[in-house]
Design a protein around this ligand. Structure first.
Ligand SMILES: Cc1cc2nc3c(=O)[nH]c(=O)nc-3n(C[C@H](O)[C@H](O)[C@H](O)COP(=O)(O)OP(=O)(O)OC[C@H]3O[C@@H](n4cnc5c(N)ncnc54)[C@H](O)[C@@H]3O)c2cc1C
Length: 507
């Protein structure tokens, strides 16, 4: 085993998709790296947990639940996940899911998000007022494509320094200058321009779809970000074994290149020692020339005792932005569901008690993935957004009984919504019914107040104002969903790809 007292080139604190990506890329470049993860497994918000039971012969049967994220996208040629897997030299086993999602409205009518553009537009014309649907969706897919082109080929975007501006002065960027207008125009404005704003059902549909990807409403979501979010179900993948299947694959690839991955190592403090950094953990101390943090910006600020201008500034973000939390429900069900041919379902509802959100996102394990559940069973993760997650933490501390009562009320309401939107669920036999609140996420992922999913883009807080991965502290960098480009696994992976590119350009 490697002597952990030796200095590493880079220590990465946090083993979410941001940290894992940075670790693999640096190990690939021959760096001596060590990734420290506080929890027992890597993956963070896209990890898993297991429950076991014994069968009649005394053998353990495993039920594996995705903890938060369940869908993978960005695997198109040049996409962040494709580039990451190319770095690993292979693609971990996964299957395309088409329809990428089925949306069930409160009146139990369904719409299928087919991956083929024409089929999807025809589906919209069938379900909503057909006028304007085709040009609107063609506009979305065009802007989505151009948005990916710009962000993938452009690690210096958005420019934060003269160096970034100079690096950006290339033909591809000049050709894409007109995209900037879509940072300041909302999805709602574009709906109006294309005449698709009169159908209230379509508005509700877009509102709930945007909640999953941009975590904001149509009137405040910049169209560029909104278009990229609204196009995503056409590129939906299920990793075999669930999301942890990818995290585990990344760990394996990192270690295969000589990198060190250590779980149950929670960073407690990071301090300077000469030209190096000392990372104090719950176990040993580590020494490194460079530190990459995969924590939220405010959690990293705390580890650094709020030192340095950038860190102080990032920490202030904490006071000014509203972030969402998540309420989750985990359950194993007998495989008697009618899933309509998709693993992913969004079900609309009336406002849920205590949180007020109006849809739930249901992810099923495939019937044939034996890593997830024994024959005849499936595991399910259900999630919804929670406003002001810090209030759940406070309630748990001040009034534990009321916290428990509310938790059960929200969970039961979600079960009721599933009963209406997922045929066969109500009658199916169930095991391991568990609920997760913002407090659970704070505990397991170390994210302050259980704020998850990143910083929502708004018209006021556009991509330009999102913090980037550089800090003013020497050799301290940041990755993760509280930085540019933001939310979801593909964005986090893209941020880490850009960071390593930047490190390569400057070292
Ligand atoms: C309910 C839910 C559903 C979602 N669904 C999707 C989806 O379907 N598709 C999608 O693309 N995205 C989805 N997302 C968003 C996505 O999961 C996240 O944006 C992304 O995984 C964040 O990755 P990250 O690397 O920034 O941070 P994290 O995943 O939060 O990882 C940070 C890691 O750092 C570790 N850590 C924290 N503090 C310390 C410390 N002091 N020392 C050491 N380690 C530490 C944590 O344990 C964690 O492993 C979802 C999120 C949630 C909450």
């Amino acid at each position: 085993m490697k002597n952990l007292q030796t200095a590493f080139d880079t220590v990465i604190v946090g083993g979410g998709f941001g940290g894992l990506t940075a670790a693999l890329l640096l190990a690939n470049r021959g760096e001596d790296i060590c990734l420290l993860e506080g929890h027992t497994v890597t993956g963070g918000s896209a990890s898993c947990f297991d429950r076991f039971e014994r069968d009649s012969s005394g053998n353990y049967l495993r039920y594996r639940f995705d903890v938060g994220a369940t869908t993978l996208s960005g695997l198109h040629e040049g996409g962040p996940l494709r580039r990451l897997f190319n770095e690993g030299g292979a693609t971990p086993p996964m299957r395309s899911v088409d329809p990428g999602m089925i949306v069930t409205f409160a009146d139990e009518r369904r719409i299928y998000r087919w991956s083929d553009t024409d089929k999807w537009i025809a589906e919209c014309e069938r379900v909503f007022a057909p006028e304007g649907q085709r040009p609107f969706w063609e506009h979305i897919f065009r802007i989505n494509q151009r948005g990916w082109n710009l962000s993938e080929k452009n690690p210096s975007f958005p420019p934060k320094s003269l160096g970034d501006l100079l690096r950006m002065a290339r033909p591809i960027n000049l050709r894409n200058l007109d995209l900037l207008q879509y940072l300041y125009r909302s999805v709602a404005e574009e709906m109006e321009r294309y005449g698709v704003n009169c159908d209230s059902r379509f508005h509700d549909f877009l509102k709930e779809q945007l909640m999953i990807t941009s975590q904001n409403v149509p009137s405040d979501t910049p169209f560029l970000v909104g278009a990229m979010g609204l196009a995503y179900p056409s590129d939906t993948w299920y990793p075999e074994g669930g999301m942890y299947g990818v995290a585990r694959w990344l760990e394996h690839e990192i270690e295969g290149r000589g990198g060190v991955v250590r779980t149950k190592r929670r960073g407690k403090q990071i301090r300077r020692d000469g030209s190096e950094w000392i990372i104090e953990t719950s176990r040993e101390n580590y020494r490194a020339k460079r530190v990459i943090s995969n924590l939220t910006t405010w959690d990293m600020a705390e580890l650094l005792n709020n030192r340095g201008d950038t860190i102080r500034q990032l920490n202030q973000l904490d006071e000014t932005v509203e972030l969402w939390g998540a309420f989750t429900l985990y359950v194993a069900v007998q495989d008697t569901l009618e899933d309509g041919g998709s693993l992913y379902h969004q079900i609309h509802s009336s406002p849920l008690p205590h949180i007020g959100t109006q849809s739930i996102f249901v992810s099923l394990s495939p019937s044939d993935d034996r890593e997830r559940a024994p024959e005849g069973w499936r595991t399910i993760t259900v999630s919804t957004h929670v406003p002001k997650p810090e209030e759940w933490e406070r309630l748990a501390a001040d009034d534990p009984e009321e916290y428990e009562r509310r938790k059960v009320e929200v969970g039961e309401a979600m079960l009721e919504v599933m009963g209406g939107g997922l045929p066969g669920f109500r009658e199916s036999e169930k095991k391991f019914l568990l609920y997760g609140t913002p407090r659970s996420f704070a505990f397991y992922t170390g994210r302050r107040h259980g704020r998850v999913g990143g910083v929502p883009h708004t018209l006021r807080r556009s991509l330009f104002t999102t913090p980037k991965y550089r800090t003013r502290l020497p050799n301290v960098y940041l990755v993760g969903d509280t930085l540019y480009p933001g939310q979801g696994v593909p964005a986090v992976v893209l941020g880490a790809l850009n960071l390593v590119d930047e490190i390569g350009n400057t070292s």
